[in-house]
Design a protein around this ligand. Structure first.
Ligand code: AMP
Ligand code: MG
Length: 314
């Protein structure tokens, strides 16, 4: 009996893919569950872990992009787990360009990006997690939240007047504590049901944000990215830092840990983001399904039928 020649890791080059560099980029970014985070004190936005120059980073990013492409193919083929990437960060932290670069190698069919703006219309007729539930990735998919349910404890915490628009019943004094708990519970449920939650906070400095805003004003092709509201929000810098520090402290869990990505050097942030997502995929270790005996016989029959066909020109 001839055996059907099925794809295996060796042929796909999986054996050659170097994953050894990945953990070194992930561990230092991870917020230890239960630890208290003060952003300004605990994380340096300009950190580069010894990778001095952008040109040294290019090779690493290429490797990361390749890893993601290979693993995503297996994730889709296996169809058991999903990955939800949660991307947070203040204006001009680099969320859009991180997505563009890190996902540049993956099959677009298997990735869905959802951007969350100020909730409106139907969204305000529902509980705050509703619009996020609707955007969850299906099994085998990678979903990316460009901003996320964490805005509900970030911008909404900085500007609590947003709560009034949300039409929730009388707001309790411990609203933020309660929301952290609700978010943790929801993410635990997702993790338990095969949806791995990967959380990235792009940590940019105040000075770097200023420089990026100026670029958005000075370069015509970047004008569309700028709004006067962005500079108004910048005045609340310290409040945002506090809200984000609280968020990292209270929602960094074993099942869905936060990663604080140094974001002053965009090229470095991309390597870190790729590494964190790759790390999760490596842990999932999805496998191509192996056909059982019946399916294998079916394949052999199909092959015999195709081989028996005589090409018209022969
Ligand atoms: P951008 O990411 O530049 O397109 O801007 C989206 C805007 O929507 C940001 O100013 C966010 O703060 C805001 N936003 C996103 N989610 C929420 C939310 N749940 N409540 C209030 N504002 C939000
Ligand atoms: Mg913006």
């Amino acid at each position: 009996v001839r055996t059907v020649n099925l794809r295996n890791d060796e042929e796909e080059g999986m054996g050659d893919l170097d994953t050894s560099w990945v953990p070194g980029f992930v561990e230092p970014l991870r917020v230890k569950p239960g630890s208290k985070v003060t952003l300004a004190k605990d994380f340096d936005p300009a950190e580069r872990f010894g990778v001095a120059k952008k040109k040294d980073g290019v090779q690493l990013l290429r490797r990361g992009v390749q890893l993601l492409a290979e693993y995503q193919d297996r994730l889709a083929a296996q169809g058991t787990c999903a990955v939800l990437v949660v991307l947070q960060g203040i204006d001009a932290a680099g969320k859009d360009s991180t997505i563009r670069h890190v996902m540049s190698g993956v099959n677009p069919q298997g990735v869905h990006v959802s951007s969350f703006k100020v909730p409106a219309g139907e969204e305000l007729e529902h509980d705050y997690l509703w619009r996020h539930v609707r955007r969850l990735p299906a099994r085998g998919e990678i979903g990316i939240f460009n901003r996320s349910h964490y805005e509900e404890v970030a911008v909404v915490r900085v500007h609590p007047e947003n709560l009034a628009r949300e039409k929730i019943p009388p707001v309790p004094d411990d609203i933020w504590k309660r929301r952290y708990r609700e978010i943790n519970d929801w993410e635990r449920y997702l993790d338990g049901n095969g949806i791995r939650v990967v959380k990235l906070f792009l940590n940019v400095s105040k000075e770097e944000q200023r420089i990026r805003f100026l670029k958005r004003i000075d370069r015509p092709e970047k004008n569309w990215k700028f709004s006067a509201a962005d500079v108004r929000e910048r005045r609340f810098w310290d409040d945002y830092q506090h809200a984000y520090s609280q968020m990292l402290t209270h929602t960094g869990t074993e099942w869905a840990p936060w990663h604080v990505v140094p974001a002053d050097h965009k090229w470095f942030a991309r390597i870190c983001a790729a590494a964190v997502i790759a790390r999760t995929l490596i842990e999932i270790d999805p496998q191509y399904p192996v056909p059982d005996e019946a399916a294998r016989r079916e394949l052999l029959r199909a092959r015999a039928e195709l081989e028996a066909e005589v090409p018209p020109q022969a």
